[in-house]
Structure formats: structure tokens, C-alpha cells
Design a protein. Structure first.
Length: 76
């Protein structure tokens, strides 16, 4: 890329995919911590996008999270 007669090489800092090696995380406490962390990240992403382009508002997401009917399916 050239900017003001200078050449630059653009590099990607964010990997295109993140992977978790479950073979290294066989400890139950580590797996529980991993699931909690991933759940928090997903929940935060959902809250950040709330109400945008027809997405549920925060109150709808909170109400859904407080119900229990979906939990068994997710855990199994």
C-alpha cells in the first residue's frame, strides 16, 4: 500500500480463527472456567448488538437468560 509516496505492508494482527486445544484442558475446573468465559464473551457480544437491525433488546435477552427451559439442551 502506498500512502504519501511511502510504501507500507499491511499485516493482520487478529488471527482468522481462534482455537482451544481441549487435549491440554482436561481438568474439569479448567473446562468449567473455559465454558463460563466463552459464555460471558458470547453474552457480551449479544448485548452489544441488542436492538440493532431487528435484534432482541436487552430486556428480552435478560428474560431469556433467566428462563431454564433451554439450559438442559445446551448442557447436553
Amino acid at each position: 500500500m502506498r500512502i504519501a509516496d511511502r510504501s507500507f505492508v499491511m499485516r493482520e494482527y487478529q488471527p482468522s480463527e481462534d482455537k482451544i486445544d481441549l487435549e491440554k484442558n482436561r481438568n474439569l475446573e479448567d473446562l468449567i472456567g473455559l465454558v463460563k468465559t466463552v459464555g460471558q464473551v458470547v453474552a457480551w457480544a449479544q448485548l452489544r448488538s441488542r436492538g440493532s437491525q431487528g435484534a432482541a433488546i436487552a430486556d428480552d435477552l435478560i428474560n431469556f437468560a433467566e428462563t431454564k427451559h433451554w439450559r438442559k439442551t445446551v448442557l447436553s
